[in-house]
Design a protein around this ligand. Structure first.
Ligand SMILES: *Cc1c(COP(=O)(O)O)cnc(C)c1O
Length: 221
């Protein structure tokens, strides 16, 4: 990472927050580390990034012991047979999208005696090829999660189709969070926005943004 990338990213966040009357301090950067080397990751941590997000459990397991001074998030989809590798080790699981997965996380968290913070991922554009629960399933997932003592649901996550209307999708996720928050007061977080759509996400209320290329440069293809 060149030192200017983090400054430029922070300036983008500050401008978007200002435009929408928000405090930039409400927006946490979770640096998306997929494909990045430990050296690259250490450089962003040294520059002041405290939250790292990995997509794949295997990559998380390989990198986590090599990086000190950061919190890890799992931002990619999680399979039930990998749950035991991340519960208690990731501060937040962003892409939980089924009741069965919630139950497996609860069982593992109970086993190790901790409560696991999670987000529910919504399939914003109802795209059958994408992860996330449907809009229709969201209320049932929130209710199921609330009944599990070792899962703590902190908010919602979503990845819009850039070819449709990301700003509208972000606003819809925010409205869903606001609506359900009366019943579930812990729903504080909205994980939305990557390098190309940070501004629209922040204007819609994102509290966690997940830039990768904006920090590390283009990914090797
Ligand atoms: C890759 C990825 C990101 C970062 O994407 P960029 O376009 O590099 O900013 C964020 N979130 C998830 C879930 C990702 O897979």
């Amino acid at each position: 990472m060149d030192g200017g990338a983090l400054d430029a990213l922070r300036a983008r966040i500050a401008r978007a927050a200002e435009r929408s009357g928000r405090d930039p301090g409400e927006v946490t950067i979770v640096a998306a580390t997929k494909t990045r080397t430990p050296e690259e990751i250490r450089a962003v941590v040294a520059a002041g990034i405290a939250d790292l997000g990995e997509n794949r459990v295997q990559e998380f397991l390989a990198k986590e012991p090599l990086i000190s001074g950061a919190r890890w998030h799992l931002i990619g989809p999680l399979q039930r047979n990998k749950v035991r590798h991340v519960v208690g080790r990731c501060v937040l699981l962003h892409a939980v999208d089924s009741i069965r997965l919630l139950e497996t996380i609860d069982e593992e968290a109970r086993r190790i005696g901790s409560v696991q913070p999670i987000l529910i991922e919504v399939n914003l554009d109802d795209d059958p090829g994408k992860h996330g629960c449907s809009w229709e399933a969201l209320p049932a997932l929130l209710a199921a999660a609330a009944a599990l003592p070792f899962v703590s649901t902190r908010g919602l996550m979503g990845i819009p189709d850039p070819a449709r209307d990301p700003a509208a999708a972000f606003r819809r996720l925010r409205e869903a969070r606001d609506r359900h928050r009366d019943e579930y007061p812990d729903l504080a977080e909205l994980s939305m926005g990557m390098s190309d759509d940070l501004e629209a996400a922040i204007e819609a209320g994102a509290t966690l943004v997940r830039p990768g290329t904006a920090l590390f440069g283009p990914r090797p293809s």
